[in-house]
Design a protein around this ligand. Structure first.
Ligand code: ATP
Length: 314
């Protein structure tokens, strides 16, 4: 029996963009499924915006292919864009028009006949109190909300958002997160977003692609990130093999980390480091160093892209 494989919402294959000597995007491959919130995470200049612009047909790739909702992206092709919503960099609005008037223009440009879509999206983005304010008087966070409202007004199947949390305060980020989760999980919308803040994408997304110098460094499920920030007891002794044998015989979960350091992750070791020290002294492998360590997410990310040395390096 053949099982139908659902089409990916985004398929990027071997995508490269070169600007003269600068390789902005370097053989990037990624896939986003319906209902998934995929975050492109990278430092400034990593290639996120260039990738997003190629996805939207705004920049022509040097090589490789991009397809969106099962159609090859070409700037002139229009059918697919009615199913895509996007927000790229600081969203532009007509400054002298009100929030409602700005959305009304987008409604007409999109050919949407239902006049209620404007009220719906105002409510969805918490913009009702600002509906009659001129766009130029909005705070950065509310301008970002207006940008999101324009991206969502036609209920797209795919949302592409460059730095959607830009300018939002923590409460605003939480609201956007709830909105994106609702769209993805209840309505099956595929979402690709970019950010340079790991803690933010850890909350917003379900899968993260870490890019650096235009290349994919690692793809990771947001749920697996916590494994990288789990506390651990690290032990250095002059006899690592002997210490490991003694610890394992006592029922601890111990591993060598590649730098000659023993790493224990079991709860008993973490909460009773004194017992571990006594055990090692009795086994004739006294520790020369013993510490409980825990990375935060930013440290993990910066180590991955080589911006700071990994623990134990150097
Ligand atoms: P940021 O978080 O700062 O927006 P980014 O990850 O979005 O960064 P890009 O804007 O895609 O990164 O830039 C990737 C690289 O390509 C950078 O080195 C940038 O200087 C270069 N670049 C981008 N656009 C152009 C252009 N039009 N001409 C020349 N170089 C460019």
């Amino acid at each position: 029996m053949q099982v139908a494989v659902p089409a990916s919402a985004i398929e990027v294959s071997d995508l490269t963009k070169r600007y003269g000597d600068v390789l902005a995007v370097d053989h990037l491959t990624l896939r986003v499924q319906p209902g998934e919130i995929y975050a492109l995470l990278g430092l400034n200049g990593a290639g996120k915006t260039t990738t997003i612009r190629m996805l939207l047909g705004m920049v022509r790739p040097s090589s490789g292919s991009v397809s969106v909702l099962a159609e090859q992206v070409r700037p002139e092709q229009s059918s697919v864009w009615s199913r895509v919503g996007y927000l790229v960099e600081t969203p532009a609005a007509y400054p002298e028009l009100t929030v409602r008037e700005n959305l009304e223009i987008v409604r007409r440009l999109r050919g949407l006949t239902d006049p209620w879509v404007v009220d719906d999206v105002l409510a969805q983005l918490g913009l009702v109190p600002y509906a009659d304010r001129r766009a130029r008087t909005l705070s950065l966070g509310n301008s970002q909300r207006l940008g999101l409202a324009k991206a969502l007004i036609h209920r797209p199947d795919l949302l592409i958002l460059d730095e959607p949390a830009n300018g939002l305060d923590p409460a605003g980020v939480a609201e956007v997160r709830d909105l994106l989760h609702d769209l993805a999980h209840r309505h099956g919308v595929a979402i690709l977003l970019s950010s340079h803040i790991l803690t933010e994408v850890a909350r917003l997304s379900t899968r993260i692609g870490i890019i650096h110098h235009g290349r994919m460094v690692e793809e990771i499920a947001a749920a697996d990130l916590t494994a990288h920030t789990r506390p651990r007891l690290t032990v250095v002794t002059r006899n690592a093999a002997g210490a490991m044998a003694a610890l394992r015989a006592a029922g601890h979960f111990a591993e060598l980390d590649g730098h000659g350091k023993l790493v224990l992750t079991d709860e008993r070791a973490l909460h009773h480091a004194d017992e571990v020290a006594t055990l090692l002294v009795n086994a004739d492998c006294p520790p020369t160093r013993l510490a409980v360590e825990q990375d935060d997410l930013e440290t993990y990310f910066l180590q991955l892209v080589g911006a700071i040395p990994a623990a134990g390096d150097g």
